[in-house]
Design a protein around this ligand. Structure first.
Ligand SMILES: [Zn+2]
Length: 182
């Protein structure tokens, strides 16, 4: 009986440890769209984005939700975000969080900060202009935000449209289930 209790305890401990790892994140680092940052760079904002139709402008790639298609698009424009959430809910880490990803463009935080890339983490949710995130993506986003927030204690969690009004309207068709911190 005692032996059995120890086994159960060990199993529960293992399970608890597994949940605290970031195993749901797949590293798929890109070679473009970022610059090296300090290992302890100050991060105060998390910015949410939508990818555009991945087949644009190359109609040879008809899959609108192709991860490779989106990466090609990013490469073409010299941009990237730290994370990309694919339609199946898989989270790809494209850029190391300590590095500065080029995802915000000309933008401004509510406190007046204009060098937004330098002090933020960017998450791209794979969508199109007409199709918003699905359940798997919202679930992964929740997990990813919780994990990042533990580390960074974000002052802001915003949409791209919040920091570049009139210029950006993403994330599109995004249902805010308490994600934002404005
Ligand atoms: Zn955006």
């Amino acid at each position: 009986m005692r032996f059995c209790a120890i086994l159960v305890f060990s199993f529960l401990t293992l399970a608890a440890n597994a949940q605290t790892t970031d195993s749901f994140i797949v590293r798929k680092h890109v070679s473009f769209g970022f610059k090296n940052g300090d290992s302890n760079r100050a991060v105060k904002a998390l910015i949410l984005h939508s990818t555009f139709n991945a087949s644009f402008p190359n109609t040879q790639l008809p899959d609108t939700f192709s991860v490779e298609g989106v990466l090609k698009q990013f490469q073409q424009y010299g941009v990237a975000a730290h994370y990309l959430i694919a339609r199946d809910g898989v989270v790809y880490e494209l850029v190391e969080p300590n590095n500065v990803a080029f995802h915000a463009g000309k933008s401004q935080l509510p406190d007046g900060t204009t060098a937004v890339n330098s002090c933020s983490i960017g998450i791209e949710i794979m969508c199109t202009y007409t199709v918003g995130p699905n359940e798997a993506q919202y679930a992964s986003l929740r997990k990813l935000i919780d994990q990042l927030d533990t580390n960074y204690k974000f002052k802001y969690i915003l949409g791209h449209f919040d920091i570049a009004p009139g210029r950006k309207t993403d994330p599109w068709h995004f249902v805010d289930q308490g994600y934002f911190r404005k």
